[in-house]
Ligand binder design. Structure first.
Ligand SMILES: Cc1cc2nc3c(=O)[nH]c(=O)nc-3n(C[C@H](O)[C@H](O)[C@H](O)COP(=O)(O)OP(=O)(O)OC[C@H]3O[C@@H](n4cnc5c(N)ncnc54)[C@H](O)[C@@H]3O)c2cc1C
Length: 447
């Protein structure tokens, strides 16, 4: 079966529906098809709260049908291949969709294969993830009887980079309420060298980490999970590009290991903050196993396979596999009738729904110009993204930033509060106002 549409949108997630709704508000006569096989749509930002038992998973889920803007044709199929030269898409049901203009926003996939043992143990054996099953995270927290609570994230790009630590702050708070915190060591092992890349949020978060007595381990990239023995293995990736400078023999972080490090290796202070005396297994100079009693992680993430295999994907460099677009206009590097946004776009900023909110109007504005062939791409995205960093029940700061880790602020929110400080009002925003805005305004093209 073959059909043609003026505009095809791949993916009816946060980005696809928002763009479709905004396009129709500009011109209700546009012929738009949105292709997505999913029958449900999720408000993923609330999964952090589900994992901490303070939001119902069912309330994050809605039927897809009623969310598709009226006037848009929903093709409930999965795109399998893209012929960008021929302006055609193929689906898993054999439909061929030709288009004049294409908007690419199918989100991302979880790539379990990048951590040995992950696929076999995710969502069981006290290995949980708010990304995959937040209800199970909540079960793990409730059943936790003390020991090492280990939190980590992979070295790939991930959506909502703050989510792996938000659940840690909530878990700490919950353990204090449930009485097990005194028997618990909370550790955050991250492949990065800082807890958060943007000031002044970084300072606030370091104060939170100190107040909560959380042990930080930097440059730790998770590589393997031994679920039976409850050990997570990490490569120490500081100076990964130059093995001669790698930190050697890190042993237990509480030890003084400075004598064993090579001259340009990171010092223990760069690798550890609030060192904790926990059980570790040293595998080699740069491999360490951390024994845990519960583990929360974000799975490694990548562009969906059909994107990686398509001519739309970057073929080399750090963006390999993702869709390369102009970082301001969001127009595809090679195909001027193609735009991409959301998690799949290769943009040097955090992948969030908040970023989509600022990207969607830019895609719409510039796509309208391309359709008019007036040569003007006036819409410009400056990299805005934000991360609501929940630091406990009833506490949140809102990290807002743009390209180059420069602090930014939404004029509406920053008028009322200092978003870099933990606030109860911000918690109300996260739990009540943002979900309301999402379903009733953003997905209707009005926010
Ligand atoms: C635990 C967690 C916490 C988060 N917290 C926040 C937060 O606090 N704030 C924030 O702003 N963001 C947060 N996010 C991130 C946010 O949800 C995403 O960045 C956002 O949903 C991205 O939108 P998208 O449209 O690119 O992808 P998605 O919303 O994931 O939608 C992608 C759509 O594409 C469809 N699709 C996939 N493959 C195909 C195919 N082959 N053919 C057709 N369609 C396809 C899917 O079915 C899906 O409907 C969080 C995410 C998680 C998981």
């Amino acid at each position: 079966m073959e059909q043609h549409h003026q505009i095809a949108i791949i993916g009816a997630g946060t980005a696809g529906i928002t763009v479709a709704a905004q396009l129709l508000l500009k011109d209700k006569n546009l012929d738009i098809a949105i292709i997505d096989p999913a029958s449900k749509h999720y408000y993923q930002p609330a999964w952090t709260l589900v994992g901490a038992g303070t939001y119902d998973y069912k309330d994050t889920e809605r039927d897809m049908g009623p969310l598709i803007p009226k006037g848009v044709k929903w093709i409930q199929e999965a795109v399998t291949t893209i012929d960008a030269e021929g302006n055609k898409l193929n689906t898993n049901k054999g439909t061929v969709i030709s288009y004049d203009y294409l908007v690419v926003c199918p989100g991302l996939k979880y790539d379990y294969s990048l951590i040995e043992g992950l696929e076999e143990t995710i969502n069981k054996n006290d290995v949980c993830s708010n990304y995959t099953d937040p209800d199970y995270t909540w079960k793990v927290l409730q059943n936790f009887k003390g020991g090492v609570a280990l939190f980590t994230q992979p070295a790939t790009p991930i959506k909502c980079g703050g989510a792996p630590q938000k659940i840690m702050y909530l878990a700490d708070d919950y353990f204090r309420k449930s009485g097990v915190r005194k028997d618990t060591t909370v550790v955050f092992a991250t492949p990065g060298g800082v807890i958060f890349g943007v000031d002044p949020f970084k300072q606030t978060l370091m104060e939170v980490v100190d107040r909560k007595e959380i042990g930080l381990r930097f440059f730790h990239k998770i590589t393997r999970i031994d679920a039976e023995n409850k050990i997570a293995y990490f490569s120490i990736i500081a100076n990964e590009d130059d093995p001669s400078k790698l930190f050697h023999n890190i042993g237990n972080c509480a030890e003084d290991v400075s004598a064993k490090k090579l001259s340009e290796a990171p010092s223990p202070a760069e690798l550890f903050h609030n060192p904790k005396d926990i059980k570790t297994t040293q595998v080699s100079d740069t491999e360490i196993g951390i024994h845990y009693d519960m583990l929360h992680l974000a799975p490694p993430q990548a562009a969906p396979d059909f994107i990686q295999e398509s001519p739309l994907a970057a073929t080399e460099g750090p963006n390999k596999g993702w869709v390369p677009v102009d970082m301001n206009t969001l127009q595809h590097d090679k195909y001027p009738n193609v735009f991409a946004l959301g998690d799949v776009a290769a943009l040097p900023t955090a992948k969030t729904g908040a970023a989509v909110r600022k990207q969607a109007p830019v895609v719409v504005e510039n796509l309208m110009h391309v359709m008019k062939q007036d040569g003007a791409l006036t819409g410009s995205y400056e990299g805005y993204s934000s991360c609501p960093l929940v630091t406990g029940y009833g506490k949140m700061l809102l990290a807002e930033f743009k390209y180059n880790n420069v602090r930014d602020s939404d004029p509406l929110i920053s008028k009322f509060v200092d978003t870099s400080k933990e606030q109860w009002t911000m918690w109300l925003l996260k739990k009540y106002m943002l979900p309301f805005m999402y379903w009733n305004m953003m997905l209707k093209g009005k926010a």
